[in-house]
Design a protein around this ligand. Structure first.
Ligand code: AHR
Length: 321
């Protein structure tokens, strides 16, 4: 290596070292909702891996589905003087005071996978989420297309009451079936995004709807509730996927397993990698003062039984779900 090349190599490795050293100094606290679903577990696993890739000191606080625990965690992150805070808000309201405290402490907050009340937009740096109204709309449009002109009574399993994704997925689905009077939501109740609650609520829907014979389709705001509902339908002697159509959201491996067995029909994918784009936004903001767009939107993709669910299951099953 000549002298010029040596100088260049030293400069490049010095710059790389500086970039690395800087990232290593970043500490990010994440107030995670809990582990209510397979998707949520995958988000936690993927976030840790994304932090490791960027050499970030990452602290996760599990709120066990309680907003008060999330508020406590945020206050603790502020007291520790972290460089940024990630928040997956369990519900969309009630964040103003604590987010003002973070702002006063000059700690940027990034929302992951759920939104907060639009009135609080100046209180966070950016939100990495999907378009959850669109997800519901895709699910509704798929159902309309699949049933054609046949009358179809739908039962809906909603997510956590007050969560932006539950409100939006409900609205989106209603938009998707609007103008198709043959497709009607006849029952709608929360299953809190969990498998156990999804099963319990589906059992009550089946009882109330003549043992299930009046139900044409189930729409669930996530796959975990649908997996619970599938179990309830099977126990009641129904054939999910054939007698009763299913459409849900997340695209976790277990729904592909059910699709491959002919027991589920469709799902809309939500990526568990919200943290990767969030870390990149924080690094650019800290390093260069780059202000990210207020919304970093992730993709949504519809999968049906025509998309080789067995292969998708194999590809996804070891990814932390
Ligand atoms: O906010 C994302 C939603 O929260 C996922 O769709 C659901 O599975 C989760 O618990």
């Amino acid at each position: 290596m000549n002298f010029k090349a040596l100088l260049l190599a030293t400069a490049v490795s010095g710059a790389l070292f500086a970039a690395h050293a800087q990232a290593a100094e970043l500490t990010v606290g994440f107030s995670q909702i809990g582990s209510e679903s397979g998707w949520r577990a995958a988000e936690t696993t993927v976030s840790k891996a994304e932090a490791k890739k960027r050499n970030i000191n990452f602290k996760i606080a599990d709120a066990q589905q309680k907003q008060e625990n999330q508020i406590k965690a945020i206050r603790s992150f502020i007291a520790q003087g972290v460089d940024a805070i990630f928040l997956a808000p369990v519900v969309s309201t009630g964040w103003d005071s604590v987010l003002k405290e973070a702002k006063e402490a000059k700690i940027p907050v990034v929302l992951l996978d759920r939104d907060i009340d639009p009135a609080g937009k100046e209180l966070y740096l950016t939100a990495v989420t999907s378009d959850s109204v669109h997800e519901g709309k895709v699910a509704g449009e798929w159902l309309v297309k699949t049933v054609g002109t046949k009358p179809c009574n739908v039962v809906e399993l909603q997510g956590t009451v007050g969560a932006s994704v539950a409100t939006n997925r409900k609205k989106g689905f209603e938009d998707g079936i609007a103008g198709h009077a043959n497709v009607k939501i006849v029952r709608s109740q929360t299953g809190d995004f969990t498998r156990a609650k999804g099963k319990e609520v589906m059992e009550s829907f089946i009882k109330a709807e003549g043992g299930g014979k009046n139900i044409c389709a189930v729409y669930a705001h996530n796959d975990d509730m649908m997996v619970g509902a599938i179990q309830a339908m099977k126990e009641a002697g129904l054939k999910p996927g054939t007698d009763v159509l299913t459409v849900s959201i997340d695209a976790v491996p277990d729904i592909f397993k059910a699709m491959a067995a002919g027991e589920a029909n469709a799902t809309v994918e939500l990526t568990p990698n919200m943290a990767g784009p969030a870390f990149d936004a924080v690094i650019a903001y800290k390093d260069k003062g780059t202000v990210p767009p207020k919304w970093i939107q992730t993709e949504s993709k519809l999968y049906t039984q025509a998309d080789n669910p067995k292969a998708v299951y194999e590809a996804k099953k070891d990814l932390g779900y």
